[in-house]
Design a protein around this ligand. Structure first.
Ligand code: FE2
Ligand code: FE2
Length: 473
């Protein structure tokens, strides 16, 4: 029961710290799912370098230090395991109508279907991103970058394992069916797509990959952080550990875009022009359009501004707010309100909504604030050439929520269809922009060499040099 630290069984068929060996039925069920996962990986994981040794981080423990091991492994042999963060003794629920109760070690019957839904939606995003990114290894701008791509991919695979474990362990037959379906829906599949829109978009080039890991993996951080607050303790502990891995994914995005910006500025200075595309670079306007696109589709992932589901999840203690415990309110939210944006009579305005139903908006706002950090850093580099990148207005290019049926410019003006159509090519990547970015994508596989459209990384991985053979060819 709660409070017991389970040792890591690293040599098991499925490495784990959840005592799988003591639950033979569960162990058999997961060992049965394992070959199907591996088949999915072979079919829809990275299209090339399938057997090459890659310098990868593998989770081997959950403690504060030394939780991961770095070594060259070929990806099919990656040790995908099930790890929960150590339990917090006597943990209580921090919010909602069960505030102060002991955290649940089993699923409360009345919340079974809601919890199952939360696990399925989160779990579905993990393999989706692997599918979206499967062609990128062919055009990696360096071995360092290729290794980071594969690191992100194998860990998204492990995050799928994390959700599948919970489904198998706590949801019986239904959970096993859900786990099977995780491998049956596919990103972009017209008949059986992934659940969320952004996870059916393509990740066709490396600029998109860096933007995805910066903006969309950061959505993951916020979803996981609010699920870490869950009264369902196994989910809380699972998400806690996933967040550790997730940090590196956002690092890949932040430093990736940062290196593109660095190279862009260098080319602008060298050639004394903004139009650096003919010198093999990506100009600032194109970077801005990619930011506009990836930020707006990621905002959609948080759902509608007001949602009774979100209110119910909170009241039930299933999904909290970002950093719930550090918030200075009653954590019940029954009598509180907040403003949410909406469009009334051709005007963007705000209306007061119950805090409980507006929780999606609260999480989206926390997320958007967090996104600013990277832009501030990139803008320090861009200041050398007098340029700046900005996040677009929250209503720009939205397909979900109150802005869905409206056109909003990046600077927050409500537009007619004609006005939108006249300018959209200045705001979102055009076929021409994408073709240029794609034209720069050529795989670089010599250790230490970097493609010309981005700067080298400032340091290597895990104290290895930048020119280390991160992928052995
Ligand atoms: Fe993930
Ligand atoms: Fe991630």
């Amino acid at each position: 029961m709660s409070g017991a630290f389970t040792p890591v069984d690293i040599d098991a068929k499925i490495p784990n710290n959840v005592g799988l060996a003591d639950d033979r039925r569960l162990q058999r069920a997961l060992e049965n799912w394992q070959p199907r996962f591996l088949q999915w990986w072979r079919d829809l994981g990275p299209v090339a370098f399938k057997e090459n040794p890659v310098y990868l981080r593998t989770a081997v423990s959950v403690g504060r230090d030394g939780w991961a091991n770095f070594d060259h492994v070929s990806m099919p042999e990656y040790r995908w395991g099930v790890f929960l963060a150590d339990p917090e003794p006597d943990r209580t629920i921090a919010f909602g109508d069960h505030r102060g109760d002991a955290a649940w070690q089993e699923v409360p019957g009345e919340y079974r279907s809601d919890l199952r839904r939360l696990l399925v939606v989160q779990g579905d995003t993990e393999p989706a991103s692997v599918e979206q990114q499967r062609h990128l290894c062919l055009t990696a701008p360096s071995l360092y970058d290729m290794r980071n791509l594969f690191q992100v991919n194998v860990e998204e695979g492990r995050h799928l394992w994390a959700m599948v474990y919970l489904l198998h362990r706590y949801f019986g037959r239904d959970g096993r069916d859900d786990a099977d379906e995780m491998l049956e829906r596919h990103s972009g599949d017209l008949d059986n797509p992934r659940i969320l829109g952004a996870f059916n978009e393509q990740t066709p080039d490396w600029l998109s990959f860096y933007m995805f890991t910066y903006f969309t993996d950061r959505d993951g951080k916020y979803q996981l952080a609010s699920l870490r607050e869950s009264g369902f303790d196994p989910l809380s502990r699972t998400c806690d550990f996933m967040l550790k891995e997730e940090a590196h994914h956002m690092f890949v995005g932040a430093t990736g875009v940062g290196r593109v910006v660095e190279r862009t500025v260098q080319l602008m200075k060298d050639h004394d022009t903004d139009d650096i595309s003919r010198y093999g670079g990506i100009d600032v306007d194109t970077l801005q359009k990619y930011i506009n696109f990836h930020f707006s589709v990621s905002l959609d992932l948080f759902g509608a501004e007001t949602s009774t589901n979100a209110a119910n999840y909170f009241a039930a203690g299933l999904k909290g707010r970002f950093k719930e415990e550090s918030r200075a309110d009653d954590h019940l939210l029954h009598d509180l309100t907040r403003m949410v944006p909406e469009v009334v009579d051709d005007r963007i305005t705000q209306r007061e909504a119950p805090m409980l139903t507006a929780l999606n908006e609260t999480l989206r706002e926390d997320y958007a604030d967090d996104c600013v950090g990277g832009l501030n850093r990139w803008n320090r580099t861009l200041a050398e050439v007098g340029r700046e990148l900005k996040l677009p207005h929250i209503g720009f290019n939205r397909a979900v929520g109150n802005f869905r049926d409206h056109h909003v410019s990046p600077d927050g003006r409500l537009l007619s269809d004609a006005e939108w159509n006249a300018d959209v090519a200045n705001w979102l990547p055009t076929a021409h922009d994408r073709a240029h970015v794609e034209s720069l994508m050529a795989g670089v596989t010599e250790p230490g060499r970097i493609a010309g459209w981005l700067a080298p990384p400032s340091t290597g991985i895990h104290q290895q040099p930048v020119d280390y053979d991160y992928v052995r060819l």
